[in-house]
Design a protein around this ligand. Structure first.
Ligand code: NI
Length: 136
């Protein structure tokens, strides 16, 4: 019998494939360039490398999760700043202006709805990435 998982009445689906997040991060060097690792429920899990200052922006319709894997990430808000260390995460609520700053390279997992644009309501800036590469 072929490998697979039971999925309903006699239906088999392929065994889900694991994703090695560190290996995925090793496949690219560009900063501020999210890469898609997985899709689920209309959301996407992405990884990115951050270095320097991003730009002030907000996302009108999307909450945005940042989960720091390595490094120290400053998330600036108009009224304050939160520093995330490795192993820490934060959800930026929709509509809230924010600007990530990484003084040294930071590796993050992002989780947000598919189609969310990294620069929010400034969709044509120099930091905007429209076509996301997929790593799995
Ligand atoms: Ni954002």
């Amino acid at each position: 019998m072929a490998a697979g998982l039971s999925h309903g009445a006699g239906v088999k689906i392929p065994l889900p494939q694991k994703v090695d997040v560190a290996a995925a991060l090793d496949t690219f060097t560009a900063h501020w360039t999210p890469h898609v690792l997985a899709d689920l429920n209309g959301q996407q899990v992405k990884v990115a490398k951050l270095l320097g200052r991003f730009e002030w922006h907000s996302h009108a319709a999307e909450d945005e999760l940042f989960w720091v894997l390595s490094g120290s990430l400053e998330m600036h808000f108009r009224d304050g700043m939160v520093t995330l260390e490795a192993g820490q995460m934060l959800v930026v609520p929709r509509g809230v202006e924010h600007m990530p700053v990484a003084h040294e390279e930071v590796q993050v997992v992002l989780f947000e709805p598919a189609g969310a644009v990294n620069t929010g309501e400034n969709p044509d800036g120099p930091l905007t990435v429209r076509e996301l590469k997929r790593l799995s």
